[in-house]
Design a protein around this ligand. Structure first.
Ligand code: BG6
Length: 489
């Protein structure tokens, strides 16, 4: 019988990390490797080759990485553990446009693989999207890509294109160098524990599966609210905005996971998500979307500047820092139960969740009172599931809202891995379900393009909201038109 522990350990692998000195690598990717190593999850034959412009020796790279990991790792930082990990770190100096740099990288990866006994090769592109085509082209020309090698992979960070057209051209570029099974497009929300738990919770528990349709559900709300502002990423965000940055990927993936049917007879999760995304439609965007930008205000207990005053932002910027959208999922399961998506920066609080808002009983109420019942799958902070229902108040003949809950922190002794630990691990194992497929990405772009196109034609839809609030009033109106209200997060 297969040992279940060993089946969780990937094949020995040499990984080239492009953009190793960038924010994401320092804060998430490098710490994820340390945390996995600390938990004994990495294969012995593992090598990480940093690729950057710096003049670093292998030792200097490891020393720099140690500082970043110490600050950002999830598990406790332990000198002894790091000293065992450090010999797996290699460095290759280079620039994206230089063929010689890719020859040197090939050599360094060969050396690393030889010394560590690594069989596979992975290229992790944590770089600005404008550089993707150049790097993929260089990997191809330099003989580093090989579509026939089952142990070769490429991992691509978001954003995957700026619209459907650019995503498609990126897809065809990737297809010229890698086979589809070698490509892993990152959406880090899919690595979050609670997001991974959505399908098991729903399909393994009659208590949830029984209510998972418009028979019981009035509407679904999916929110990714952030209290932080643009945080020094103006150059990217000015071009992206909230809809491209979060709605196109994280929100659409959460929608697909919530709306999809159960995979049967060998069907994959990805296929079922594609079906769900294909059945999505938006209409009358003037009434069903909201677009905002934060102005100065009090957020997280202090006065913060408005988006247009952030360093690097155009003082007349029209970028959206808030986006809300009503989506219809045209399947028998969801007929009449719309999905409302919203995301924003500098909102009153940081919170991400999927909420099934339940129908009130049609028949005359047993008792007066009672509020909207709801089942919330809280992604962060404080992962868990919360059911709000109506209960008779003690000593009175009225209904009151009551809460029933499951909190990860209280239920499980072990802490949840960081999303990037799960993602890095699954990419190494070659498990694709945590990574959106080409079709999923393109279908999500189709919806986002419709929204962006409408907003481009109607620039006056942009409305300011005070930092620390819940977004523009157009978002409230969107719900009011349907006789509904956003939930309090
Ligand atoms: C990223 C976006 O994909 O997700 C960021 O580019 C956003 O703008 C982030 O802040 C939110 O992720 P998390 O894990 O902090 O909810």
């Amino acid at each position: 019988m297969e040992n279940s522990y060993s089946s969780l350990i990937p094949e020995p692998c040499a990984i080239a990390l492009f953009g190793v000195t960038g924010h994401l690598s320092r804060h998430k990717i490098l710490p994820a490797f340390y945390d996995l190593f600390h938990r004994g999850m990495l294969p012995a034959g593992f090598a990480l080759v940093g690729f950057a412009r710096r003049e670093w020796s292998q030792e200097e790279f490891a020393l720099w990485a140690k500082g970043e990991i110490r600050e950002n790792c999830r598990t406790e930082f332990d000198e002894g553990v790091f000293s065992l990990l450090a010999p797996h770190f290699y460095f290759s100096k280079g620039t994206f446009g230089d063929e010689g740099s890719f020859e040197a990288l090939k050599e360094e990866m060969g050396k690393a693989a030889g010394e560590q006994g690594a069989k596979g090769k992975m290229f992790y592109l944590s770089i600005p999207p404008a550089s993707f085509p150049q790097v993929v082209e260089m990997l191809k020309r330099g003989g580093l890509a090989d579509p026939k090698d089952p142990f070769r992979k490429v991992v691509i960070e978001k954003p995957f294109g700026w619209d459907l057209e650019s995503a498609k051209s990126l897809d065809s570029l990737l297809a010229s160098a890698f086979s589809p099974s070698q490509v892993f497009r990152v959406d880090h929300y899919l690595g979050k524990e609670m997001v991974q738990n959505l399908l098991p919770l729903r399909f393994e528990n009659p208590v949830f599966s029984a209510l998972w349709s418009s028979e019981c559900v009035d509407h679904v709300e999916i929110s990714v609210a952030e209290s932080a502002g643009v945080e020094g990423r103006a150059a990217y965000y000015e071009k992206a905005g909230a809809a491209r940055d979060v709605l196109q990927n994280h929100l659409m993936q959460l929608l697909a996971l919530t709306a999809m049917e159960k995979p049967e007879n060998g069907e994959s999760e990805r296929e079922k998500k594609v079906e769900a995304l294909k059945s999505c439609s938006v209409s009358d965007l003037k009434r069903t979307s909201a677009r905002g930008q934060y102005s100065a205000g009090f957020a997280s207990g202090r006065f913060v500047r408005g988006y247009r005053e952030e360093p690097g932002v155009d003082p007349l910027s029209l970028a959206d820092t808030f986006a809300a959208l009503k989506v219809e999922v045209n399947t028998p399961r969801w007929e009449g139960a719309p999905f409302y998506l919203r995301t924003g920066k500098r909102l009153a609080k940081r919170s991400a969740e999927v909420a099934l808002v339940l129908k009130r009983p049609l028949a005359a109420s047993f008792l007066p009172g009672g509020e909207e019942d709801c089942v919330t799958f809280k992604i962060q902070p404080g992962e868990g599931v919360w059911a709000k229902f109506s209960s008779k108040a003690p000593g009175k003949e009225i209904l009151r809202g009551a809460l029933m809950g499951f909190s990860y922190r209280e239920e499980f002794a072990e802490g949840s891995p960081e999303a990037y630990e799960n993602l890095v691990m699954d990419a190494m194992l070659g498990k694709s379900s945590l990574f959106p497929s080409e079709e999923e990405t393109e279908l999500s772009w189709k919806i986002t393009d419709e929204l962006e196109g409408f907003w481009r034609r109607e620039p006056s839809t942009l409305e300011f909201y005070e930092a620390g609030s819940w977004g523009p009033s157009s978002a409230e109106r969107l719900m009011e038109r349907d006789g509904r209200k956003w939930r309090k997060l």
